[in-house]
Ligand binder design. Structure first.
Ligand code: DHB
Ligand code: FE
Length: 275
């Protein structure tokens, strides 16, 4: 239970913190600056922005705990889709949309990134499988998807986008298939106008993440999968500021012919573990 777990982890946390302080000869002034830094992250955090999580992410902590957790859950030989971090921009109430809907809402030529949205328009489809062998497609799995606009901003960061733009939930059909229209994702900097960004700059690190699309895939009787896919063309594919890229999650969009709604296609399947 929680109390036992706390009794197990606290001595280790204290030991590592003390070792760290001894190793770097931490001074009172430096410790106080760190306290103030953490307070500044907390003050900046709101429902719309989690600066403390961002701090953990640039330190690689969210990706590390993701890796530790997924190792505990994976069974040798199973072909589970790897997980990746949630990140700070998920909204749990994205609209449930019919198959083959577009999550690009109200796209008109007056939108500043209209041309790029056309050039990067994409059809995304695939199937959701259960890892129980033999792998079976899952009907009525929910594929919850979100990504940024071509300006690199999620809808809640950007007053010029309609509410819930580039977010949607899609139910799979009897073949386990989901399908939607979206955009090829672009590289963009994580929010770097706060304490986490200042720290990155002081460390001479870039805030960029490679272009990615987020997913939470869920189905009754199965473990919910939180993951991201990464566009192979991206120049930051091996320089993710939050260390989330895994080989199996790197995808190649291919040109799409005969569909005026999309210039690119991607087929990507998900395999969920059994609960
Ligand atoms: C982080 C993750 C994201 O997916 C993103 O878009 C921005 C930041 C993060 O881990 O902090
Ligand atoms: Fe993201």
């Amino acid at each position: 239970n929680a109390h036992t777990r706390l009794a197990q982890v606290m001595p280790s946390l204290v030991r590592h913190l003390h070792d760290f302080a001894r190793e770097v000869d931490l001074t009172v002034a430096e410790w106080m600056a760190a306290v103030e830094f953490i307070n500044a992250c907390g003050r900046m955090s709101t429902d719309r922005r989690n600066e403390t999580q961002l701090l953990c992410d640039i330190l690689g902590l969210e990706s590390l705990v993701d890796e530790i957790t997924s190792k505990q859950l994976s069974t040798p030989g199973s072909q589970l889709t790897p997980s990746a971090i949630l990140g700070p921009f998920y909204r749990h109430d994205a609209p449930l949309l019919p198959a083959n809907s577009s999550i690009v809402f109200n796209l008109t030529p007056s939108v500043p990134w209209y041309d790029q949205a056309i050039a990067d328009s994409a059809h995304l489809t695939g199937r959701v499988f259960s890892s129980a062998s033999p792998q079976k497609p899952i009907r009525n799995a929910i594929v919850d998807v979100w990504h940024t606009a071509p300006n690199g901003l999620y809808e809640q960061q950007d007053a010029s986008q309609p509410d819930m733009n580039l977010r949607g939930r899609f139910a799979t059909d009897a073949d386990g298939r989901y399908a939607l229209y979206c955009l090829r994702p672009v590289a963009y900097p994580i929010p770097d106008d706060g304490p986490a960004g200042q720290l990155l700059a002081m460390l001479d690190r870039r805030p960029q993440r490679p272009g990615h699309i987020h997913f939470i895939v869920s189905a009754p009787g199965h473990r919910t999968l939180t993951t991201q896919i990464f566009d192979a063309r991206d120049e930051y594919i091996d320089k993710d500021s939050v260390f989330a890229v895994k080989d199996e999650l790197v995808v190649r969009f291919v040109p799409r012919a005969g569909d005026e709604r999309a210039r690119w296609s991607l087929e990507y399947d998900f395999v969920l573990g059994v609960d």
